[in-house]
Structure formats: C-alpha cells, structure tokens
Design a protein around this ligand. Structure first.
Ligand SMILES: Nc1nc2c(c(=O)[nH]1)N[C@H]1C(S)=C(S)[C@@H](COP(=O)(O)OP(=O)(O)OC[C@H]3O[C@@H](n4cnc5c(=O)[nH]c(N)nc54)[C@H](O)[C@@H]3O)O[C@H]1N2
Ligand SMILES: Nc1nc2c(c(=O)[nH]1)N[C@H]1C(S)=C(S)[C@@H](COP(=O)(O)OP(=O)(O)OC[C@H]3O[C@@H](n4cnc5c(=O)[nH]c(N)nc54)[C@H](O)[C@@H]3O)O[C@H]1N2
Ligand code: SF4
Ligand SMILES: [Mo]
Length: 704
C-alpha cells in the first residue's frame, strides 16, 4: 500500500488527507497525520471513497439520443463532444448573440476563474454561479456600507465575539477547533441563532430569535448603544455618513419592541449590546448565506454590519478587518473583468448587483428568463456542476433546462439535472487531478493525482481550455496547456509548479501582498460619499424608481399579504447544515444517507402535540409552492411554530416548498429560511380521503 497526500474536495475547507492506494485503487482515506497526530476529517470527507467510486459517476462523454430528460444517452468520443459543443455554441452566438449563452458554475470554486475567462472571451455577460443564492448578497450588503470586500473578524485578538449565525461544528468543521480555543482564551461569545445548536450551547449569551428577524435585533442593539452613548463618537463623526438619519430610525427600536418581533429577551438584548460595544475589541463572525436566505435578508445584514462602524470595531486589531494574513497575488487571476458590453440576466431585476458591482450575473430567476424569453432569449446553458435541486421549485428549472436549444452539464454524477442535458461530460474528482491549492498563511501546495481518472473523466479546466481552442477564443491563458495554466496562476507568488512538485508539504509564497489596512486614514472609502454609509447612496439612487430604502430598514416577512396564514400557520426554515450532507450531492453515499434514510422534518414537541404527530410518523409538509413528505422528528432546539428541513433529498425535496417568486427584492435571494407551511400526519390525511371517498365513491388511491 502506498500512502499519498491529497486535499478533500467536497467543501471549500479543503482538509488535507492521507490516501492509501493499492493496485491503483484508493483503499483507505484518513485525515492527514502531522507529528504523529491526525488532523481528522468530518463525516463527509471520511466517506469520500464512496464519492470517488460512486456507481453514479459519469465515466464517458454522453450524448442524448432519446427525448429530453428521458435519460437515454449514447457514448461518444471527447473529439466528437468538443466538436459538437463548439459547433452549437458558435452557431447560437451567431444567430442570437453571445449573451444567449449562459455559463454556470455550481458550488465548486476551483474552475471558476477559468470559466469566467471563457465567458469573457466568448463575449457573454452571463457568467453566473451558485452564488446567486450564496455569499454575493452578504458581499453586497457589506459593500453598500463600507465600499470594499467583506472583512472577517480578527479572531486571534478579539475579546468579544458576536457569532451571528454559524453552526461551525456542522458547516465548517475545521473551525470548531478555533472556536474551542477562543473559549479557552476567555473570549466572551454571544450567539444569535433561532435554534440551540452544538455551537450556541458553548456561548455565554444565546439570543434565540425567530428566523428572519435579525434586522430588528441589530437595530435594537444599535438603539441601546446610541441611547447609552456607548458608540465610538470620534470614529462616527469622522468616517460615517448618515448617522443622524440612522440614529433617528433606530430610536424607535427599543429592546422591548425587538423582543416582540424576535422573541429574544429584552434584558438579554441590552446585555449583548453593552458587551459588544464595551468589551472591545469585538468581532462579528457571520455566515455567508443564512442571514440573506430571507426576503428581508439584505437589509437585515446591513443592520448587523452597521454595528461594526457604530462601535469603532471596523478595521482594528480584534475587530472586523482585512485578512490579517498575507494574500497571494495569484488571487487576482479570478478577478477578470466581467464582459460589460451587454445587459446580463438579472441586471434589470437586481441592479445593485451590477452597480456595486460583483463579478457575475444574478441567475436565481433563470427558469423564468428561459421560459419567458425575458429580458432576451437564452438558448444555451454550458454548466459545470449544475444541480437544479438547490433552487426554489426545482422542477420549474428542470422544465426550463428541457426547453433550451442546447444544455451541457459537466458533472461527476448522473444527477437528474445531468439526465436533462443534451450532452454530459465526465468531470473528475480531486483524487484524480493535480491542482494548485492556496492555503492559509500564504502557503501553496500541489494536490497530487492519487489515482488515474475513472473512465474517460477529465479535470474541468482541461475541458475549458480545450473547448476555448476549438471555438477559437482569444485568451492568453486558456490557449496554453494545463501545466502552463498552473504555472501562470502561481507566477505572482514567485513559485513554480516544479517547486511545488519538489515540496509536497507545500511552500510559502516568495512574493506576498500584505493586506491593506486602515487605508481610510489616507484615502476615502470606496462609496459615493467617501465615508461609511449607514445611509446608502447606492440604494438612494433607486428610492423613487424601485422603493429601495437607503437605511437598514426592517420589514417583517410575516407581513406577507399574499400567503394565507390560516392555511400555512407554521414558519418553514430549510437548509440549516447537517454534518453528513452537502446540498444535493451526498445522498448517494450509503455511509451518509444511512444516517437519515428519510428527510427529517424537525418540529417542536408543542407543535407535535398540537398536530397529533409522534416521533417517526410519516408527515406531509405543504406550502403555497408545493408539498413534500418526510419523517417527523421532535426537537426542543428550535422554538414552537418553526419547522426545519434540510434540502436536496431525492426522497423528499424541501425546495419544492419554496416559491420561486418569494425572494429578496434587492438581491434576488430566495426566502429559504423563513417561508410558511403546514404539516400533517400522513395516514390521518389518508383516513380523511377514505371518509370523503365513502361519500363520493372515489377512493382517491391514485393521489396517495
Ligand atoms: N455539512 C455541510 N457543511 C456546509 C454546507 C453543507 O451543505 N453541508 N454548505 C456550505 C455552504 S454552501 C454554506 S453557504 C455554508 C453555510 O454556513 P452557515 O450559514 O454557517 O450554516 P449553518 O451552520 O447551517 O448555520 C446556520 C445557522 O443559522 C441558523 N439560522 C437559520 N435561520 C436563521 C436566521 O434567520 N437568523 C439567524 N440568526 N440564524 C438562523 C440555523 O439554526 C443554523 O444553526 O455552509 C457550508 N458548509
Ligand atoms: N432550501 C435551501 N436551498 C439551498 C440552500 C439552503 O440553505 N436551503 N443553500 C444554498 C446555497 S448557500 C448554496 S451554496 C447552494 C449550493 O448548491 P449547488 O451548487 O447545487 O451545490 P452542490 O450540490 O454542492 O454542487 C453542485 C454540483 O457540483 C458537482 N461537482 C462537485 N465537484 C465538481 C467538480 O469538481 N467538477 C464539476 N464539474 N462538478 C462538480 C456536484 O456533483 C453537484 O451536483 O444551494 C443553495 N440552496
Ligand atoms: S470539512 Fe469535511 S467535507 Fe469539508 S474539506 Fe474537510 S473533510 Fe472535506
Ligand atoms: Mo452556500
């Protein structure tokens, strides 16, 4: 048996692994051992042998031969596949324009810069990613205030950590260790989460709020901080724009009012506000997605982020500041300018995406854009890792993909989204490819190819580069080969591929750019006013035309007039991370799916009693968008009145319950984590049907 080193490719944490290979096959995977101590892996990484050798892996390029979505494909050569894609994409570009081709990347990040370059060279403004529901809304909320990229907390120096949503032990396992070390150092931790989790249980204060009410809580904290004069007057006077308007607005948000809205205790809100403002330096650790998975999420996050400026915790040691580690200049490679000659999809609907701007198009409404040919016809989608199950009402997206002239999915697995494609290309996993990894502390390493690619699978970047050549795109990097590509992205660091091959443990970059800190002392903030904008001028631009509000104004999602709350009395939150699942991807690994064979529908025991449901009962959850079935699990972690379900499960898809027109008007992010539903025990419904059947003579069996 040979021991090789690799990095886990399932999530972005990229944990180092020791992989044992025998006769060209992986036989064992463990967390990397350093100085006799294993770094460990989470359940997903530990199960990744089943990921690599999954029976659903796509092994060859396959062309559709049957009806769309019928799943009938025939094997073709790479040569034929490249030829077909080049012909189709060039043809569609000629007939409908480059923008009618959409380039899409799913969760994996490693090939994005290359795909973005490809879209640029092709001439389409439509490069979009899964970040239409992740990260970008948080980045926009931040940018609307501070004008720069998000600043994370400087954990080693912080004294109070406001952990605003993050169940680290489930969603970012390697950070669990860091969290424990903060506790040991005596850092005061305030957690904001609607549920008790393994993370909140270790916090000093837990503000257990109703989902989607974060804005009201943050505004109440600001109220206390201003009323008790705990804010940083000098910083605010010098660097903040719109303080008076903001102060005026928050003056009505007393902790008592916030208590009514959020359910969190008013005294606890006061205590948390005082600690965050006075026990400095304080940092806010936040999720890149959860707070913005609400129809009021953007403004809620702006309210949270405003607290940093208010208390002078911006860009100071121990506060929220630009990454304290040196950053490699090779990151610049990913920052290729978006092609800006044409209107991108989502641009009319969500203009601040493009004003502030971020690097990609907003595609949450892509199903509508395809089906309605609005704002213009979208004829082809070239996707790498498209999974329709991540989107609200996924069947609509699936239908739209079926309506395209040409849809390619480069994937690891035969998902339903792959089955809908005209052409499927086999991607390979991290075990089967070399890959340059940027690690913490300015370190670089080469992920070794530990086994040969399965079947004829290839790495995504090689596929992109070959295709660029076939289409005749002009791009100095894409027109070279994969070795040169890796050398190119390493170049600014002063390292070469050869260096990394000779140092399998990784090397520190020779040239590293230190973060730019406290630049505001010398130059204005990159906002319209040149200051930190608690009153955003970027939003003010759309005050009249779209009703955007420049202050971080709170609107309650429960004020929805078009949902019948008598029919859907419960709040629905989907997608709080579970340690064993990763979106729709890992249900096919039996070691993991066996941990939850049917979708768990988590309800509070009070609700269980009210609805006559026992643990383990089969239940149907319904919402204005659709239905799903699962197994009831009663839990005291959440508050009564809220139902929690994870998404992506083929045995019951929570995203069927989220309506695709239920999104945040600023960012287009779906309200995954605060919608409305009802729940019923399944056989009770069956009984009712039978009773009705006795009257009508129709036993309704087909519907069950
Ligand atoms: N195992 C696993 N890890 C993952 C993923 C996965 O699918 N599986 N996905 C990755 C991805 S793509 C992302 S974006 C990150 C997300 O990472 P996080 O957002 O940190 O996800 P969670 O750990 O689920 O933390 C969310 C917490 O927010 C709480 N919450 C729910 N609604 C609200 C709300 O309205 N307000 C507040 N304050 N809290 C709320 C939930 O109870 C939960 O405890 O996780 C990444 N890590
Ligand atoms: N209800 C609900 N829905 C949600 C969320 C929620 O909290 N609740 N979270 C949202 C968030 S934050 C996110 S980020 C999205 C994530 O949604 P997706 O982007 O769909 O996430 P994944 O399923 O992890 O990855 C997409 C696909 O990439 C494929 N893939 C993996 N590695 C590679 C590779 O190297 N090459 C290629 N070509 N393909 C690969 C996988 O097999 C998978 O099918 O889901 C969103 N959807
Ligand atoms: S946290 Fe788990 S899934 Fe993510 S890289 Fe590490 S081992 Fe892999
Ligand atoms: Mo995400």
């Amino acid at each position: 048996m040979e021991k090789k080193q690799s990095f886990c490719g399932i999530c972005s944490a990229g944990c180092p692994m020791d992989v044992y290979v025998e006769d060209g096959k992986v036989v064992e995977i463990e967390g990397h051992t350093e100085n006799g101590k294993s770094r460990g892996l989470c359940a997903k990484g530990a199960a990744s042998k089943q990921y690599l050798y999954n029976e659903e892996r796509i092994l060859f390029p396959m062309k559709r031969v049957g009806e769309k979505g019928s799943g009938q494909f025939e094997r073709i050569s790479w040569e034929e596949a490249y030829g077909l894609i080049a012909k189709k994409l060039s043809g569609i570009r000629k007939e409908y324009g480059a923008k009618s081709v959409v380039f899409y990347a799913g969760y994996p990040k490693w090939y994005r810069p290359a795909l973005l370059r490809f879209a640029n060279a092709f001439g389409s403004p439509n490069f979009c990613t899964e970040s239409s529901t992740c990260f970008q809304a948080s980045a926009l909320a931040w940018k609307s205030i501070y004008g720069n990229g998000i600043c994370f907390p400087d954990l080693p120096h912080t004294k109070t950590l406001l952990l605003w949503t993050s169940n680290l032990f489930h969603s970012n396992t390697p950070m669990g260790k860091m969290y424990r070390s903060l506790k040991k150092r005596g850092v005061t931790i305030i957690a904001v989460d609607p549920r008790s989790t393994v993370t909140t249980r270790e916090a000093d204060i837990h503000l257990k709020i109703t989902p989607g009410t974060d804005g009201a809580l943050a505004l109440a904290m600001a109220h206390v901080i201003i009323e008790e004069e705990l804010y940083d007057k000098e910083f605010v006077d010098k660097y903040v724009y719109g303080f008076e308007e903001y102060k005026n607005y928050v003056s009505t948000f007393t902790p008592e009012r916030a208590c009514e809205i959020t359910g969190a205790d008013a005294e606890l809100i006061r205590k948390a506000a005082r600690l965050y403002a006075c026990n400095k330096p304080s940092g806010i650790q936040f999720s890149v997605s959860t707070i913005v998975h609400h129809i009021n999420g953007f403004q809620n996050y702006r309210a949270v982020f405003s607290l940093i400026a208010l208390t002078g915790n911006y860009d100071v040691e121990g506060g929220n500041r630009a990454m304290p580690e040196p950053v490699s200049p090779c990151n610049e490679f990913g920052k290729v300018k978006r092609y800006d000659g044409e209107e991108a999809i989502g641009e009319k609907d969500f203009p601040i995406w493009f004003d502030l701007p971020c690097q990609e198009a907003q595609c949450t409404r892509i199903a509508d854009y395809i089906l309605e040919e609005e704002p213009y016809p979208v004829k082809a989608v070239f996707a790498m890792g498209l999974n329709h199950r991540m989107w609200p009402q996924p069947n609509e997206l699936q239908r739209a993909l079926g309506a395209l002239d040409f849809y390619v999915n480069v994937e690891l697995f035969w998902s339903e989204s792959s089955r809908m494609a005209d052409l499927v290309l086999p991607a390979c996993t991290t075990f089967e490819r070399e890959e340059v990894k940027t690690l913490r502390g300015g370190m670089f390493a080469l992920n070794e190819r530990v086994v040969e690619p399965l079947g004829e699978s290839k790495n995504d970047i090689e596929i992109i580069m070959e295709l660029a050549k076939r289409i005749g795109l002009e791009d100095e990097v894409l027109s070279s080969d994969y070795e040169s590509y890796m050398d190119y992205i390493l170049k600014p660091s002063g390292l070469t591929l050869q260096d990394l091959r000779e140092h399998p443990q990784g090397m520190k970059g020779k040239v590293l750019i230190p973060p730019r800190i406290q630049t505001y002392r010398e130059e204005p903030f990159h906002t319209k006013s040149g200051k930190i904008e608690l009153y955003s001028l970027a939003l003010d631009k759309y005050r009249e035309s779209r009703g955007y509000e420049p202050l971080p104004v709170y609107h309650d999602f429960r004020d929805q007039r078009d949902v019948d709350r008598e029919m859907y009395p419960l709040i629905l939150s989907t997608g709080a991370r579970k340690p064993q699942f990763f979106h729709a991807r890992l249900y096919r690994l039996s070691w993991l799916s066996a941990l939850e064979t049917n979708p768990a529908v988590e309800i509070h025991p009070e609700d269980a009693r009210k609805y006559g449901i026992k643990d383990g009962d089969r239940v149907r959850v319904s919402s204005p968008a659709g239905e799903m079935e699962g197994i009831a699990v009663s839990s005291i972690n959440g508050n009564p009145g809220v139902v929690y379900i994870y998404h992506g499960n083929p045995k019951g898809e929570a995203n069927n319950l989220i309506h695709r027109s239920y999104f945040d008007p600023y960012t287009g992010f779906p309200g995954y984590k605060s919608y409305f539903c009802n729940i019923e025990k399944l056989d009770q419904r069956e009984r009712k049907r039978k009773e009705e059947a006795e009257v009508t003579g129709d036993d309704g069996a087909n519907e069950i």
